[in-house]
Design a protein around this ligand. Structure first.
Ligand code: AMP
Ligand code: ZN
Length: 136
């Protein structure tokens, strides 16, 4: 393998990129943190869509679901377990909630650091539909 091939471009990207969620991890910007361990941090969404809206993120900078690899499987599982535990702590487990990974342009992903939305605290709308395309 040549020297250039061995460069981890995702990490290189981190150095030059302004990732708002990495700044929250590094405590360079404030967030209302509800859970943290060595691998994961969870905090309140700044523009909540429902009474409970938490973002669960890995401390490792991964852009999206499209960028996870096999070694990240445990991390993703731990994010789901963290979401489950937070839902219990916030007393919304019994009534239920949604977990959502937006991915890429069509998925509506705005922050390029993978995050799992935990949304609940009220009955949620069913609707997920194309923005403009009449596809039926
Ligand atoms: P997505 O559209 O799935 O990429 O979601 C990004 C989410 O991050 C949105 O719901 C934003 O409200 C939320 N968000 C952006 N900046 C912050 C921040 N500084 N603290 C907390 N949540 C944020
Ligand atoms: Zn990041």
């Amino acid at each position: 393998m040549s020297r250039s091939e061995s460069i981890d471009f995702k990490n290189l990207q981190l150095i030059f990129m302004d990732c708002i969620f990495c700044k929250i991890i590094e405590k360079k910007i404030d967030a209302k943190i509800v859970f943290e361990n060595k691998e994961i941090i969870a905090f309140k969404d700044i523009h909540p869509l429902a009474p409970v809206h938490i973002l669960i993120i890995p401390k490792k900078h991964i852009v999206s679901i499209n960028d996870v690899n096999v070694e990240d499987a445990k991390l993703l599982g731990d994010m789901i377990i963290a979401a489950r535990n937070i839902a219990k702590d916030l007393d919304i487990a019994e009534n239920g909630y949604k977990l959502l990974f937006r991915t890429g342009k069509h998925g509506g992903q705005e922050v390029d650091h993978i995050h799992l939305h935990l949304i609940g605290g009220a009955a949620l709308h069913e609707e997920i539909r194309p923005l403009e395309v009449d596809w039926k």
